[in-house]
Design a protein around this ligand. Structure first.
Ligand code: NAP
Length: 246
């Protein structure tokens, strides 16, 4: 039974749909919603509380602030039995190549902040011998591409971290699930033209997450076609891959 769900990066479009889907399938008693933009978050939490009839508490958290990440979990009003990390930052690839602060921002939002927060959750859940940790990584982490390799490297680190955490916690009753969504139609990608057949809605991603939790899946893709796409992309020899304009 899931009583308390903590969502980090709760202003995300995927997070919003996750709250609705988690409410529908698991009827938890509380949602703890953490994100950077606190004004937006308070409105989102109010809206979600009205829609789900489940208390939604807003918590200010900038995951770039690594000290705040270290103390955040200890200071929670309630300890969650399910944590979903959805915070993410695509960043500006060209800027990241020339400006280390942009490169570090991409790394810290997509990986370092997640690693610190989820280690705290892992310790708590391992002690209780139960819990669910869901991390939203990306197919961009499965192979480096010139257009997006800082984001991809951070997502690769996150996926590898989740894999190790799963390996460590599986004998302690804690389920760790990695989400590789492929393209999703959200505010993060609104400036891009995405291929329809490869693009999922945030609702579809949330539905896959809920089903993945129910079936205790380890790694999920929101659209199954991405499993095949990435199998092909990962097997292209480096000699050829380095010349492609992907
Ligand atoms: N959209 C896609 O095509 C796609 C594909 C693969 C993976 N993903 C991943 O899916 C996850 C959700 O993204 P989305 O598509 O739903 O995009 P989104 O709506 O832009 O959500 C990203 C959220 O991350 C939060 N965030 C950014 N910096 C933060 C910080 N320093 N501290 C706390 N929160 C911060 C933002 O919250 P604030 O508004 O509070 O700043 C924002 O709402 C991300 O991890 C993303 O990388 C997305």
């Amino acid at each position: 039974m899931i009583k308390t769900v903590l969502i980090i990066g709760a202003n995300s479009d995927i997070a919003y749909e996750c709250v609705l889907a988690m409410a529908k399938y698991f009827s938890p008693q509380n949602f703890l919603l953490a994100s950077k933009n606190f004004e937006t978050l308070k409105q989102t939490a109010q809206d979600l509380q009205l829609r789900t009839h489940i208390p939604c508490q807003s918590l200010a958290l900038n995951v770039e602030d690594l000290n705040a990440c270290q103390s955040f979990y200890q200071n929670l009003p309630l300890k969650p039995d399910c944590v979903i990390y959805t915070a993410g930052y695509l960043g500006d690839e060209i800027k990241a190549e020339n400006d280390v602060s942009e490169a570090l921002k991409i790394l810290n939002i997509n990986y370092t902040g997640a690693m610190i927060l989820l280690e705290s959750a892992a310790a708590d859940m391992a002690a209780k011998k139960q819990g669910i940790i869901v991390g939203v990584s990306s197919v961009a982490g499965l192979r480096g591409r010139k257009k997006i390799y800082h984001y991809g490297a951070a997502k690769a680190a996150f996926a590898t971290f989740l894999s190790g955490l799963r390996n460590r916690l599986c004998s302690q009753g804690v389920h760790v699930m990695t989400v590789l969504p492929g393209f999703v139609d959200t505010k993060m990608t609104k400036h891009l033209t995405l291929p329809k057949a490869l693009t999922a809605s945030p609702q579809k991603v949330a539905e896959s997450i809920v089903q993945g939790i129910k079936k205790s899946r380890d790694v999920i893709y929101a659209k199954p076609v991405w499993r095949h796409v990435m199998l092909i992309i990962r097997h292209i020899p480096e000699k050829i891959f380095k010349r492609l304009d992907l």
